[in-house]
Design a protein. Structure first.
Length: 262
């Protein structure tokens, strides 16, 4: 979620495009400032910021060959036929350290690592239903996989001026739910917050709705904004670790588009 802000603000989740004069790849560089929960289920937020550089977009519904949806959802489109597209994806899942919050003390750390998977989507006019799978394949902890499904809709309001809406849900397997929402007997005994034992099972983890936009403010300069609201469901919402089911992330950024020359 945290780095999803950066990706959403970076290039509108789009892929590479050649400059009009054919002289090279178009890139966007800039920086962002955002807010996100301290951990999944936290009621406390942290402020973050970072620079970035990524391919610039090339059309309606972010139809580039490389599509950056979030830090764990960087897509490579290898199939593109009659509105259907699909391909592999990769990314990174960040760790959760017990010193991220007093509430996590005694639970131990959850390792992050490399994420791989795949996605499929279909263009229906302004709508794009999609499904994607993300599984961590490195790190000492098995944090499992997440299946996301939903619909995106992008509206072009003017040259360089767009708004994208996204709504959907996430299904998490047993390994993911155990890593982030279960409390083992050992963790219960060592928990500073005195959590009781809890076994989280696979199921729909959350539903979400997001809006993002791109506003041109000068030649080659764009203002980016993004906000996502999610609500934890099922065992994720019932976990004693969770302080609130309602989760929000958002931020703003500024980008400069330039020709790479290669």
């Amino acid at each position: 979620m945290i780095c999803g802000i950066a990706a959403a603000l970076s290039v509108g989740s789009a892929g590479p495009a050649l400059a009009d004069d054919g002289s090279g790849l178009k890139l966007q560089a800039g920086g962002f400032v955002g807010v996100a929960p301290e951990f999944e289920g936290s009621k406390d937020y942290r402020i973050l910021g970072a620079p970035f550089i990524a391919p610039a977009g090339d059309g309606i519904m972010d139809s580039g060959t490389i599509q950056i949806r979030s830090i764990d959802d960087i897509r490579l489109r290898v199939i593109n036929f009659s509105g259907f597209e699909a391909g592999p994806l990769a990314g990174w899942r960040f760790d959760r350290n017990e010193d991220d919050s007093d509430r996590l003390l005694g639970l131990g750390d959850v390792d992050g690592g490399l994420v791989v998977g795949g996605y499929a989507a279909y263009h229906l006019g302004p709508l794009m239903p999609f499904v994607s799978y993300h599984r961590e394949v490195s790190g000492d902890d098995d944090t499992g996989g997440v299946l996301r499904f939903g619909t995106e809709a992008k509206s072009i309001l003017g040259p360089g001026f767009s708004v994208t809406a996204k709504a959907g849900a996430s299904y998490a397997d047993d390994d993911y739910m155990d890593a982030y929402f279960s409390v083992t007997p050992v963790q219960s005994a060592s928990s500073a917050a005195g959590f009781s034992v809890f076994s989280a099972q696979s199921g729909i983890k959350d539903v979400y709705f997001g809006l993002s936009g791109d506003i041109p403010i000068a030649p080659d300069w764009s203002f980016k904004w993004s906000g996502t609201s999610a609500r934890l469901l099922g065992d994720a919402a019932d976990s004693p670790i969770v302080e609130t089911e309602n989760q929000f992330s958002g931020g703003v950024g500024l980008t400069y588009t330039f020709n790479s020359g290669f």
